[in-house]
Design a protein around this ligand. Sequence first.
Ligand code: FAD
Ligand code: DLZ
Ligand code: SF4
Length: 507
Amino acid sequence: MRLVLVLGDQLSPGMAALKAADRDRDLVVMAEVGTETGYVPHHPKKIALILAAMRKFAGRLQAEGWRVAYSRLDDPDNAGSIPGELLRRASETGAKEVIATEPGEWRLIEALGEMPLRVTMLEDDRFIASHADFDAWAEGRKALRMEYFYREMRRKTGLLMDGDRPAGGKWNYDRENRKPARDDLFAPKPLWFSPDEALEEVLGLVEDRFGGNFGALRPFGYATDPGQAGQVLDRFIAEALPLFGDYQDAMLSGNRFLYHSLISAYLNIGLLDPLDACRRAEAAWKGGKVPINAAEGFIRQILGWREYVRGIYFRGGPDYPRQNKLNHQRKLPALYWGAETRMNCLAHAVAQTRDEAYAHHIQRLMITGNFALIAGIDPAEVHEWYLSVYVDAFEWVEAPNTVGMSQFADGGVIASKPYVSSGSYISRMSDYCGGCHYSVTARTGERACPFNLLYWAFLDRHRDRFGGNPRMAQMYRTWDRMDAAHRGTVLEEAGQFLHKMGRGDCI
Ligand code: FAD
Ligand code: DLZ
Ligand code: SF4
């Protein structure tokens, strides 16, 4: 008899470990444990989603004839960690061998590798690119740019391909995808679910144990099984996908979700299959229901970005998340954990994160990420924040996005230039600036938008690194054209702002 480990983000019936196991002989081990619920202060909605989905998945396996040893967080004998639970089940049953699917974090891969049991770790084949596929693509390349990897994946899957050419003639329709949104647009409502009795039990447990973590547990409406998650995807494809491309980068105070799918958590824990989601979007395009820029934009996020960041994480090794190539050392300001701020864009992004455990990509990249980068925050603190507060956060996907794409702490493996902007980008893509204490058009003075001050100060501070980057030449030319006295004032006021931030003032 062998133990078959299924983790909280491995809730797919076709998991490699289950495929390799013998239903009549082996014992599935699933465990709610303190180390996983506590390695960062997860948002309560994230913990509730995972525990509820784990319980449902265990029930389904049992109904299909598997023997499942399931440990609840409040079981008195719970050993408190995944290796501890495996050892407990091994001593109860006499098993000496574990079959596992490779976890999505180095931390757990290492812990399983150190166990005094024979552990076979199988590759997680829910991804479209295997480790070998990614390595074969990456080997010998000077720069690992997502766009070229993505084209390889289009060829591999045949998605949006017309023979060996991209459907519609272009690989990428991003140029058509940068429209700001208006309040009077019809925006579809995401699909939420009312908790049943079993979910209420989980919510009670999470409330008791993790009620003090940052984030609102209720109302809780996330899908907790593949059937519900499939309905979310169906609704998205029918109602939101047609305009997904157009408004992908837009932000509105009155609409937190716009035309986004909200499926990342379901993909990441195994309730939805990534290739199937792409094929369904492609079918909607083929059926004339969505334009090519929308289908291509959505498919690129999953087939391109999602697969690419996973490849970068595993190629980067266990130290990938700890990089700090720009040597940023400031502490993450309390506003990220909900303290008051006068910056309306940040107030909105953080309040939405607190309420929903969700923010869309541009809010993560160009509001919370951009501010942390231009303010020089220690990327390890930024990484811990993103890993904690989003319902879809697992290190394999979160760390490359945060440490690499957003904080440039990997020195430019993912991004060819840092994602920094002044307030004018935020003003163009959102309606946040209208309701702000600061003025987005003021470049200096009491009311100057902090993004304006910090943006130029960032470029000035990192001139040695970025001054020669052709993609940033225009920014440096603009800075250099400003008169010296003005530049001096900008740098001085940026310094004062950072000083106030460090002192803990409301900024
Ligand atoms: P949509 O906009 O509807 O996109 C569709 C799908 O594409 C998503 O569900 C997701 O699976 C995939 N996708 C889109 N962009 C990316 C990307 N850059 N990397 C990987 N997959 C992508 N995504 C996570 O799943 N987990 C994270 O912990 C995470 N952390 C992030 C941290 C930062 C700093 C940034 C900038 C981005 C992060 N992302 C993360 C990527 C992206 O923001 C989310 O996948 C997306 O916002 C999820 O919302 P959605 O399902 O509505 O996505
Ligand atoms: C995120 C998470 C949480 C909050 N709780 C559990 C848990 O109790 N048991 C479990 O098996 N998995 C949990 N997870 C998911 C794991 O942290 C995840 O499998 C690893 O981080 C690897 O991606
Ligand atoms: Fe954000 Fe500046 Fe706009 Fe205020 S003015 S919302 S701080 S970008």
